[in-house]
Design a protein around this ligand. Structure first.
Ligand SMILES: [Zn+2]
Length: 675
């Protein structure tokens, strides 16, 4: 069953309105809602006094329309009575100051007292709804978050370090605390990396980031344990935040969940762009799918979208309005990348509160308008096509490695002020995405055997096990791409004591002789040496230039300027049955677009379909039956040429082989006919 619905806050509206809301939801094709994620103050208005009667009434009204319920545990917004009584519960910021009441997620994830309050409310809710026929699952908290630097966390960090290191001597050695005389003689002396302390020891900072991530994983686990014990029939998930969010190791957070859910907002007030780059949401979806391996299948597991954009987003300012057709298009994009459920955030725009400009399907007046009509159309289509889509799998041949260790290490030390790990990652992703291939985003420890091409952007921190995993993949015939600043750090965030790229040197067949960190506005040129790689004008290198020395590899491109003109910048190395490409610089779009075509050719990965710019192609498999998704992200009619005959799942029509039009911001969901 494909789940389709909305996030609903009945507590924001008069009760007399609820039946009409439920009726309109059902009319739009909704079969699920998420409730109660921010309702703690109404569920426990005073300490120890619980009130589920209002929620029972709301669920009964929704259930009468055939709508199922996902409940949020309300711990992301503790009630004022709780925080006023226990000011120690407030999370402390990086600058050492506690947050104050007035937003959400104000709490410290390690505070044992907050754990007690959490256990009580979750236990009460779970007990009350364990056997409710309309309730199907749980979302824990909401968009887990920010690091806490409070005294409780400091003590917990010390315990965490004791578990990780054999002894304090071992820690001192690995972090290199001899530098600036930071040698610790007692665990309690170890500080938190507050901004008031200036640039911290990189080993300490990375371990703190890991600890902070583990803190939320443990806090989540505490809630999971309660729900598993009391509600064994229900699923348990959490709503993550796509690719961009970078404070938590999402692989760790995803592991104990039944499946990953996430929140998909292509247009927010934080990115006021006239045009949406659809590769951003595609990357987010592929990351979310890659967080959990599919049992027995090797590749990523499908996900839910628990918050799908329903209108302009906004807190203090309002985002660009989603254009007509975009809400439907973005929902199909998420489905094409593995969504098993789409819930729009939110049903009706709140009249009050911080998110009063975060628009829902209905506006303040609750009258169905353009956005409701668009979603109603989508709901009718999902009713028809959902069963064919549900459970079908995405099976990419290309993977990109997302290393949270590297990402955290590069947050601590960007190496160059212009360098951004997520932007670099996205640049490479976008070039492959434009070639109409499917991509999994996976952990560097993942089983890489399903893939032919693996791209590991700025794999800065490399353990022996990751190096061995990459060697296995390449030796067996895979094509691996590594880029600048690979293999620089060991697991303690110390620089390796060998020529770069460290543990990856043999694999790459190069040594980094030296490197040049470029100032803003300064570029070097790149000249391709391989005849199959030619461009009308030379691609540009910027930000960082690794000057390479061949050690078995051959040259793909050289620098054209400065004292290292003529030196290799990009190389190719045969290793076992496979090949390794090392790209020692940050390129421009031309470089990545050119390399993408060549790399896919090298790895023998074919595009799904030839399609014009701005038209996305994706694929899911129902057993051996192929579903093709064609998404026109442009404002013009486009054409695609199909290589076989299909059934259009949205209108039931037969689609013949050959060229067919696709309207602006429209989609095709096609099921391949049996051959
Ligand atoms: Zn804390």
């Amino acid at each position: 069953m494909f789940y389709f619905g909305v996030d609903y806050y009945p507590e924001n509206w008069p009760e007399e309105r609820w039946p009409e809301d439920a009726r309109l939801m059902a009319e739009a094709g909704c079969n699920v809602v998420r409730l109660a994620e921010f309702a703690w103050a109404k569920l426990e208005p005073q300490e120890g006094h619980y009130d589920f009667a209002w929620l029972d009434r709301a669920i009964a009204i929704l259930a009468a329309q055939g709508i199922r319920v996902v409940l949020g545990t309300p711990t992301a917004s503790p009630p004022p009575w709780l925080m006023a009584r226990h000011p120690d519960l407030f999370r402390v910021r990086e600058d050492g100051r506690p947050v104050t009441f007035g937003n959400r997620r104000e709490y410290c994830p390690n505070n044992p007292l907050y754990h007690d309050y959490t256990r009580r409310i979750v236990t009460q809710m779970a007990g009350h709804y364990a056997h409710h026929p309309a309730v199907i699952g749980w979302q824990i908290d909401n968009e887990f978050g920010d690091r806490c630097y409070c005294p409780v966390c400091a003590a917990a960090f010390h315990d965490w370090l004791r578990q990780r290191y054999a002894s304090l001597d071992d820690l001192n050695r690995r972090w290199g605390t001899i530098f600036w005389s930071h040698v610790y003689s007692d665990w309690s002396e170890i500080p938190l990396p507050l901004t008031t302390g200036g640039s911290p020891n990189p080993g300490l900072a990375l371990d703190f980031y890991r600890f902070a991530s583990d803190s939320y994983v443990a806090y989540q686990q505490m809630q999971i344990d309660i729900l598993r014990r009391q509600c064994p029939r229900h699923f348990v998930t959490h709503n993550l935040m796509g690719f961009k969010y970078d404070r938590l190791n999402y692989f760790d957070l995803a592991r104990p969940l039944d499946f990953v859910s996430w929140d998909n907002y292509p247009r927010t007030q934080w990115s006021m762009q006239a045009k949406v780059d659809p590769s951003q949401a595609a990357l987010a979806a592929d990351t979310m799918r890659g967080l959990k391996p599919c049992p027995d299948k090797g590749r990523g597991q499908n996900f839910w979208v628990l918050e799908q954009q329903a209108g302009p987003g906004g807190w203090e300012v309002v985002s660009v309005a989603p254009r007509p057709g975009e809400l439907r298009l973005w929902a199909y994009q998420a489905i094409a990348h593995g969504a098993e459920a789409i819930l729009f955030f939110r049903w009706r725009t709140a009249r009050f509160g911080t998110e009063q400009y975060w628009h829902g399907l209905l506006d303040y007046d609750a009258c169905p308008g353009r956005r409701y009509a668009e979603i109603k159309r989508l709901g009718a289509e999902i009713k028809k096509a959902g069963a064919q889509i549900s459970g079908s799998l995405v099976r990419p041949c290309v993977a990109m490695l997302l290393s949270y260790d590297s990402r955290f290490a590069l947050q601590i030390q960007a190496n160059n002020p212009q360098f951004s790990y997520p932007d670099h990652f996205h640049q490479l992703y976008r070039a492959l995405y434009h070639r109409h291939v499917l991509i999994d985003v996976v952990d560097p420890h993942a089983d890489l055997s399903p893939y032919r091409l693996v791209v590991a952007p700025a794999l800065h921190l490399v353990s022996g096990s990751v190096a061995a995993n990459l060697q296995r993949f390449v030796a067996a015939g895979g094509v691996l791409v590594l880029t600048l600043r690979a293999g620089v750090k060991d697991e303690s965030n110390a620089v390796v004591n060998q020529r770069l790229p460290g543990l990856l040197s043999d694999l790459c067949g190069v040594e980094v002789e030296e490197y040049d960190s470029l100032p803003p506005g300064v570029q070097n040129g790149l000249e391709f040496v391989l005849p199959e790689l030619t461009t009308a004008h030379p691609p540009a290198a910027s930000v960082w230039c690794d000057v390479l020395k061949l050690n078995g590899a051959t040259v793909v491109a050289r620098y054209t300027q400065d004292y290292y003109a003529g030196k290799p910048a990009i190389t190719l190395h045969q290793f076992g049955q496979g090949r390794v490409v090392y790209v020692g610089t940050v390129g421009d779009t031309l470089l990545y677009e050119t390399l993408a075509g060549w790399l896919l050719g090298l790895a023998g990965v074919r595009r799904l379909l030839a399609a014009p710019e701005g038209v996305e192609v994706a694929e899911r498999w129902q057993g051996e039956r192929r579903l093709l998704f064609v998404l026109n992200h442009t404002e013009r009619e486009q054409e695609v040429t199909l290589d076989c005959c299909y059934t259009d799942l949205l209108d039931g029509s037969a689609v013949r082989k050959g060229t067919i039009p696709i309207a602006p911001r429209d989609v095709l969901v096609l099921q391949e006919n049996e051959r």
